[in-house]
Design a protein around this ligand. Structure first.
Ligand code: KIV
Ligand code: NA
Length: 264
């Protein structure tokens, strides 16, 4: 098929077609993921945990992201390539522009992703004014692990839910093209998805988001440590990596994944 573009994403939402997303960190897996017809490939700073063996995403630097994004770019023909801006690499608009120029210009990403709202909205606005497409990320934002005091579901209770809804509106108004919602109650993610014109991509956020994302290694059943509720091993009972990725894509498109068993 034709390459997936940034404007295609909104059109997908309008037509009610799910956006299938997977994280990826190297060229060989990128090729398999692309061949399976996955729409969006994210080079996540989760690579700090699943590739580098750290216990959080905080040690990941821009050089790491540029390196892995470049590897993944070589394996893709069709999927849209999104790269994470790592911890502190978007602390102001100027730094964010410099680092995004590397991810788009040197490494080949089409969009950058950053975490949070509030002051982050000014950064999103600056990126957009310089023609850098942006994916926002709200809910359980892993770069906030120390501020949160751990990895836990966000947006529970009326006050927290209202804050998350306001943040989602704010990142859309700032110019975000896409929004990842991580570990938020399914009913809240569904409301946000209805209220926004940009697509939402859920991970532990219920089946009603406009798309889903999983960490590649999680969907292949090689989660390190305790498996989070939202993870499903798609390799289990299947003969190959290609079949596992295809099953994930099919289950996201049909709405068979995630079930309530994978949601909050
Ligand atoms: O880094 C990552 O893999 C992510 C996804 C889980 C959304 O940010
Ligand atoms: Na990330």
């Amino acid at each position: 098929g034709a390459p997936v573009t940034v404007p295609d994403l909104r059109e997908r939402k309008r037509r009610g077609e799910k956006i299938v997303t997977i994280t990826c960190y190297d060229a060989s897996f990128a090729q398999r993921v692309d061949e399976a017809g996955v729409d969006v490939v994210l080079v996540g700073d989760s690579l700090g945990m699943v590739v580098q063996g750290h216990s959080s995403t905080l040690p990941v630097g821009v050089d790491d992201m540029v390196y892995h994004t470049r590897l993944v770019a070589r394996g893709l023909r069709r999927a849209l390539l999104v790269a994470d801006l790592p911890f502190m690499s978007y602390r102001n608009a100027d730094v964010a522009l410099t680092n995004s120029a590397r991810l788009l210009g040197e490494a080949g990403a089409a969009m950058v992703k950053l975490e949070g709202a509030g002051w982050v909205c000014e950064v999103i606005d600056a990126l957009k004014r310089h023609e850098v497409p942006v994916c926002a990320h709200l809910g359980l934002t892993p770069q906030s692990v120390h501020a949160f005091g751990g990895y836990r579901v966000q947006g529970r209770g009326d006050a927290a839910a209202a804050r998350l809804k306001a943040d989602a509106k704010a990142v859309q108004d700032a110019g975000a093209d896409l929004l990842v919602l991580e570990c938020v109650p399914a009913t809240l993610a569904a409301e946000i998805t209805r209220e926004l014109s940009i697509p939402t991509i859920g991970i532990g956020a219920g089946v009603d988001c406009d798309g889903q994302v999983l960490v590649l290694y999680d969907l292949l059943g090689i989660t390190v440590g305790k498996r989070p509720r939202f993870v499903k091993d798609f390799l289990h009972g299947r003969g190959s990596v290609a079949a596992a990725i295809a099953a994930y894509a099919e289950d996201v498109r049909s709405g068979a994944f995630p079930t309530s068993e994978h949601s909050y």
